[in-house]
Design a protein around this ligand. Structure first.
Ligand code: FAD
Length: 278
């Protein structure tokens, strides 16, 4: 891409559990902040395990004037705890949230979890239009979904409950994204659906993540990465080239934004953004 790229971008960071981890997040963010971006988001550990770490990080970053969106789920918490958190975020001037059901914590078994649509409803009932609410979307279908039809139906419930936009699970197949957009359009969903972008830096990590979250790793990609395995530089170069091309195709397809899963590292996302002309 030659001319400066104008598609809005955002960055996601994993919630820090220690002060050292928070310092490392800050360092990564300070290196990425040179790229004009809409907001950064900070994850919420499975089952609410990073409730305090997420709150500490986002309130500190927000007090410095950065636009921050904490991720939030009910986890194992009651309504009073979540309402308290929403009040704290309002008091800190935070205006965006990523509302999720959340992942199960290990050992949590099959305990019932509060669906994201119910959380969106709860947030709207408590705080009206204060927050811009992002929710998750799955072009390759969420691993627990029974069918494409229910995937779209339950996604629509989140939108109808008051979500303003969606961020997708990462994927490497543009057709899956376009097919999902078409299905959403047919269901009357007009909310922007921003692709989540996972930089490729290491095959084993990518395989582990992908098997958990249900992202499809195409055979051609796995085979190339296997060939390069052991050569870190070659894996990163190839990964950067593949993800740059994916972003180019998404921008050409009219994606309303790109949301980078940074995993608290600056370099992989920065290289892709430079390639794209940001
Ligand atoms: P939901 O929208 O509630 O859907 C979960 C599943 O239940 C889907 O299969 C859906 O089809 C089904 N479903 C929905 N409603 C109903 C219903 N009424 N009846 C029956 N089935 C239903 N996880 C974390 O723990 N912390 C994070 O910070 C985090 N950040 C994320 C950010 C993004 C952008 C994305 C894409 C994912 C993130 N995740 C995070 C992972 C996410 O929590 C998991 O994918 C989780 O399994 C589903 O969350 P959800 O909000 O999509 O859930």
């Amino acid at each position: 891409m030659s001319e400066a790229c104008k598609t809005p971008i955002s960055f996601e960071f994993s919630a820090p559990k220690t002060e050292a981890a928070f310092s490392s997040l800050r360092r990564a963010y300070s290196r990425l902040s040179r790229f004009q971006h809409e907001f950064i988001s900070v994850t919420y550990g499975a089952g609410g395990s990073t409730r305090d770490g997420t709150k500490h990080a986002v309130t500190a970053l927000s007090s410095e004037g950065f636009t921050v969106a904490p991720h939030l789920s009910f986890g194992g918490d009651d309504e009073a705890t979540i309402a308290g958190l929403l009040e704290d975020y309002q008091a800190a001037g935070i205006k965006q949230l990523v509302a999720l059901r959340g992942d199960r914590q290990s050992g949590q078994g099959s305990a019932k979890m509060v669906h994201a649509a119910e959380l969106v409803e709860f947030i709207r009932a408590r705080t009206d239009d204060w927050f811009t609410i992002h929710v998750a979307a799955y072009p390759e279908i969420h691993p627990e979904s029974i069918s494409v039809a229910t995937e779209i139906e339950f996604f629509k419930q989140k939108v109808d409950a008051g979500a303003d936009c969606a961020i997708t699970q990462y994927f490497f197949n543009v057709d899956a994204y376009q097919q999902f957009l078409a299905e959403c359009h047919k269901a009357g969903i007009t909310t922007p659906i921003v692709p989540g972008i996972m930089p490729i830096t290491n095959l084993a990590g990518l395989q582990r993540f992908s098997s958990i979250c249900g992202a499809d790793l195409p055979r051609w990609l796995t085979k190339r990465l296997e060939t390069l395995d052991g050569d870190d530089v070659a894996v990163k170069d190839f990964g950067c080239e593949v993800v740059t091309r994916l972003c180019e195709r998404l921008i050409e397809a009219g994606a309303p934004g790109l949301h980078f899963y940074t995993l608290n590292q600056s370099k992989p996302s920065a290289r892709i953004l430079e390639n794209l002309g940001y």
